[in-house]
Design a protein around this ligand. Sequence first.
Ligand SMILES: CCCCC/C=C/C(=O)SCCNC(=O)CCNC(=O)[C@H](O)C(C)(C)COP(=O)(O)OP(=O)(O)OC[C@H]1O[C@@H](n2cnc3c(N)ncnc32)[C@H](O)[C@@H]1OP(=O)(O)O
Length: 304
Amino acid sequence: MALTAVIRVPSRALLRPWARLRDAALGWIEPAGGGGVEVSAQRFASQKVLVEPDPAAGVAVMKFKNPPVNSLSLELLTELVISLEKLENDKTVRGVVLTSDCPGIFSAGLDLTEMCGRNPAHYAEYWKAVQEMWLRLYLSNLVLVAAINGASPAGGCLIALTCDYRVMADNPKYCIGLNETLLGIVAPFWFKDNLVNTIGHRASERALQLGLLFPPTEALQVGMVDKVVPKDQVQSTALSVLAQWMAIPDHARQLTKNMMRKPTADRLLKQRDADIQNFVSFISRDSIQKSLQMYLEKLKQKKG
Ligand SMILES: CCCCC/C=C/C(=O)SCCNC(=O)CCNC(=O)[C@H](O)C(C)(C)COP(=O)(O)OP(=O)(O)OC[C@H]1O[C@@H](n2cnc3c(N)ncnc32)[C@H](O)[C@@H]1OP(=O)(O)O
């Protein structure tokens, strides 16, 4: 899929790992000689995030493609944010369906290998990318509908929670929830805020402390998802919902969305650096590293 937009990239940004990853993901080429440069974005379909635009309908479908389980690696997070930014800058697009290209899995959440056995600089870079993904999705002016076509624990659930509406496949094997406590870790306050805004305080308190993973019917009852449909209707239902939301004038809907969500996002925006420091010191603890390694081992042994 060719894309001919010209984007100005300051050359110093190309030196940062985040920017390097982004540029690699998008196939941007720095001409010999460097300097402040103009580069052409040549691909829209990147490796980990597939974007299928439908300009006539004013929508796009964004599919995560990071097999086997769509874990949210630094690379996937980077591509997701860049793809979203492109769609936001595309005047023909007003709504996006977020879904998965991996059978049976929406997303396994944050990539445990990004949080295990790495150095503090890596943890800080990774957490900044997680924050960025959440802020961009949560505050997006686009209508976002999650088509949850598989398991959606922890960070996968968080992505769904950032959307304006959630449609889930009715397979009882697919579960959704913030299960961090089961891993011996704690969901950060902004994960918690997003959940409270969606299902209320009491239900969140129970779900978070117990690390509950809800099958579709229970997720519907508690308000974690808005609609449960047969698997083969998840995407089409999400597109129908998108059309309903897009019938509202954009400016009125966007201002309302911002009014509802900005105070929650501002809580993180005011303390992003402190939140990164908290994450780095928490995740670097020996006891937490042991818990995560044991959890990963358990996942691997499950197969054998
Ligand atoms: C202050 C700290 C706050 C941090 C907040 C954290 C948020 C998070 O999101 S932490 C991640 C939480 N995620 C989970 O608990 C999900 C773990 N995964 C699963 O439960 C299952 O894998 C599944 C239900 C998503 C899919 O099951 P299945 O289809 O049976 O696949 P496998 O379990 O066999 O997994 C295949 C392969 O993938 C590896 N893997 C699974 N999840 C992750 C992950 N989140 N990160 C990295 N890798 C993951 C798994 O170990 C297998 O690897 P191999 O054995 O090497 O094939």
